[in-house]
Design a binder for this molecule. Structure first.
Ligand SMILES: [Fe+2]
Ligand SMILES: [Fe+2]
Length: 245
């Protein structure tokens, strides 16, 4: 069922509680009473159409209005992507780290080796994710805004043309690794090699967290590759075609 503007915000959470972190990324807090999506978006000064496209792309597997999403200003898209980064680094990863350290307290000495392996994988993943995000925030997003600024001013200059020729958004797409895929190995370690005498509930909680993180990051990557990249690529092409040295 597609989420519509006249639906109650509370209803949406009942429909799919996985939307809670997505909604909170827009700065919306719980306690919406009987207010509709439209009213809440007004209260929080959120672009209602953008909100609906984002929650529906997350909520419905086969819904991804690429063209509609590309129509929104870059600032909206990047603000959302940045908030997701914050959520991964400052909430999800520390939570998984805390659960893993709890797990080590319940693990019998015979399992220390497996647990060490899990820890090594997790730390490696955390570093990769941090570097991936840092590169996007420090290099890619500022570049994207620079391209947009020149595109809006309709005055291509040497500086931006040099930047586009040096490292275009297509280059970013080629190098843009699927960071969520690497979570698979970590999940697999837990699924295949962690025997039961350990706290089973705790192991399940860790796995559920990993599955959720994976689906959230995969949705995020889809927005980067299918919305951000084509939008910026269009602007780059316009700039290169209209540049007169
Ligand atoms: Fe990202
Ligand atoms: Fe990314």
């Amino acid at each position: 069922m597609q989420i519509q503007a006249d639906m109650k915000m509370a209803e949406i959470i009942h429909l799919n509680y996985h939307l809670l972190p997505i909604i909170s990324r827009f700065g919306i807090n719980l306690g919406f009473g009987d207010k509709s999506v439209e009213q809440i978006c007004k209260d929080y000064s959120i672009d209602e159409n953008f909100f609906l496209e984002i929650v529906n792309s997350f909520h419905l597997k086969n819904y991804f209005p690429k063209k509609n999403l590309q129509g929104f200003p870059l600032k909206l898209i990047i603000d959302y992507l940045r908030k997701s980064h914050d959520h991964y680094l400052h909430i999800k990863i520390p939570r998984i780290a805390a659960l893993l350290s709890q797990l080590s307290q319940y693990t019998p000495p015979s399992m220390t080796g497996t647990l060490k392996l899990i820890d090594t994988f997790f730390n490696g993943y955390r570093n990769e994710l941090t570097n991936h995000i840092q590169r996007e925030e420090d290099k890619v997003y500022p570049y994207v805004f620079a391209v947009e600024q020149v595109f809006i001013s309709k005055k291509p200059n040497n500086d931006i043309v040099g930047k586009i020729r040096g490292y275009s958004i297509e280059d970013f797409k080629m190098e843009h690794d699927n960071i969520e895929d690497k979570l698979f190995d970590l999940k697999n370690l837990l699924i295949k090699y962690l025997p039961e005498p350990v706290d089973a509930d705790l192991s399940h909680s860790i796995l559920v967290e990993l599955f959720r993180l994976e689906s959230d990051i995969s949705d995020h990557t889809r927005i980067e590759n299918k919305v951000l990249v084509p939008k910026v690529s269009y602007m780059e092409k316009w700039i290169l075609a209209h540049f007169k040295p």
